[in-house]
Design a protein around this ligand. Structure first.
Ligand SMILES: *[C@@H]1O[C@H](CO)[C@@H](O)[C@H](O)[C@H]1NC(C)=O
Ligand SMILES: *[C@@H]1O[C@H](CO)[C@@H](O)[C@H](O)[C@H]1NC(C)=O
Ligand SMILES: *[C@@H]1O[C@H](CO)[C@@H](O)[C@H](O)[C@H]1NC(C)=O
Length: 307
C-alpha cells in the first residue's frame, strides 16, 4: 500500500532546490521560500502576482486524494473529506489573497488527526529526490508527504479571490509568488503541516541533509525554521543525521564541516541525543544504482562491495 503512495509521490516529485523563479510548488517550494523571503519582501509588494493561478480542478484533486488516502493508502483511518474541503475553502476564500495565517487553517487541521508509530520519521532538506528513493526502498520511513495534508496538497497552488467577483472563490488566473507576503496561503498550510509532523515525531528520527550545497543545514529552511523547533527532546530518543553528497561532488559539508556543526550544537543545547554519519552505505548504493555513469567511481566500488 505504501508502495503506491511512494510511486504517486515520485511522479509528483520536484526538486527541493528549485530556482526561486520556479513556478512548481511543493513542500520544498515553501522551504526555500523562507530563505529568499527577506530579500524579496522589499522587492515585491504583496500585489505582485505570480504567473500561475490556483491549480485547475483543485477541489476534485484534493477531495480525490483525500478519498484515495483513506481508502487505498491508509485504510485504517477515516476522515470527513467533504468537511475538510469546506474548512479549507473557508480558510482560503474569505481573507485577502496574501493574508491566510497558520491559525486560519486550524479548523481544517483539527479534522486530520493522525498518530504514527515511533522510529519512522524522516526529515530532509535539499535532498528531495534521494529522499523519495530512500523512503521507497526502506519502506518503514514516513515523511511529511505521507501525512494526510501532505498527501492532499502536494504540488498544488491556491489563493483566494474576492467573493464579489462571483466565481468559486479561488483565483484561477494568478496567485502571488510565495515570497510576496508573510501569510501566503500555500506557505501557511505547509508551515502548519510541518509543525504537526515534527511535534508527533518520536523515538529515533532520521534527518537527510545535502553535503553538496553550502548551508546543508539552513535555519531558514522548513526543517531549520519550523520542524527543528517543534521536535521534543522528551519524545525523540536520537536524532540520526545523514549527510549525503552527490557522487561526483562537490563535497562541501560533512558531519564536522560547515553548517551541520550548528545543527549539532542546537541539538546538544536542547538536550537531544544525536548521531551523524556522512558515509551511509545504503544511501551511497542507492545513488550508485541511480547513476550508472558514476558507478565506476571508487566511492561506488567501495560501497557496493562492502554491502
Ligand atoms: C489580515 O487578516 C486579519 C484577520 O484574519 C485582519 O485582522 C487583518 O486586518 C488582515 N490584514 C490585511 C492587510 O488584510
Ligand atoms: C544536492 O543539491 C543539489 C542542488 O540542488 C542537487 O542537484 C543534488 O541532487 C542534491 N544531492 C542530493 C544527494 O540530494
Ligand atoms: C536509535 O538510534 C541509536 C543511535 O543511532 C541506536 O543505537 C539505537 O539502536 C536506535 N534504536 C532504534 C529503536 O532504532
Amino acid at each position: 500500500m505504501f508502495k503506491l503512495a511512494s510511486s504517486l509521490r515520485s511522479h509528483e516529485a520536484v526538486q527541493r532546490l528549485t530556482a526561486i523563479t520556479s513556478t512548481k510548488p511543493s513542500v520544498s517550494f515553501v522551504a526555500i521560500g523562507v530563505t529568499a523571503w527577506f530579500i524579496m519582501l522589499q522587492l515585491w509588494p504583496c500585489q505582485m502576482r505570480g504567473q500561475h493561478g490556483t491549480t485547475p480542478h483543485i477541489k476534485h484533486i484534493v477531495m480525490g486524494r483525500c478519498y484515495s488516502y483513506m481508502t487505498l493508502v491508509n485504510p485504517s483511518l477515516s476522515y470527513d473529506c467533504e468537511e475538510i474541503w469546506r474548512r479549507f475553502e473557508e480558510a482560503v476564500v474569505h481573507p485577502a489573497t496574501c493574508n491566510v495565517s497558520v491559525q486560519d487553517y486550524h479548523p481544517m487541521f483539527d479534522l486530520m488527526p493522525q498518530i504514527w508509530p515511533c522510529n519512522k520519521f524522516l526529515f530532509w532538506s535539499k535532498t528531495r529526490s534521494l529522499m523519495h528513493s530512500y523512503a521507497a526502498v526502506l519502506q518503514h520511513f514516513w515523511t511529511l508527504e505521507d501525512t494526510l495534508p501532505g498527501y492532499m496538497f502536494n504540488d498544488l497552488v491556491w489563493c483566494g479571490l474576492d467573493k464579489e467577483s462571483g466565481n468559486d472563490g479561488f483565483d484561477h488566473s494568478s496567485c502571488p509568488e510565495w515570497s510576496a507576503c508573510k501569510n501566503h496561503p500555500v506557505y501557511s498550510l505547509w508551515r502548519k503541516a510541518s509543525q504537526n509532523f515534527a511535534e508527533m515525531a518520536c523515538g529515533n528520527i532520521t534527518v537527510l541533509l545535502n553535503g553538496s550545497v553550502v548551508n546543508a543545514f539552513n535555519r531558514k529552511s522548513m526543517f531549520g525554521s519550523v520542524e527543528l523547533d517543534s521536535l521534543s527532546p522528551k519524545r525523540v530518543d536520537h536524532v540520526n543525521i545523514k549527510v549525503v553528497t552527490n557522487l561526483e561532488g562537490p563535497y562541501i559539508e560533512s558531519c564536522n564541516k560547515g553548517s551541520i556543526a550548528n545543527l549539532i550544537q542546537i541539538l546538544q543545547f536542547r538536550g537531544f541525543r544525536w548521531t551523524c554519519t556522512d558515509t551511509d552505505q545504503t544511501l551511497m548504493s542507492l545513488q550508485c544504482i541511480q547513476h550508472p555513469k558514476c558507478s565506476s567511481t571508487q566511492t561506488c566500488a567501495n560501497s557496493l562491495t562492502s554491502n
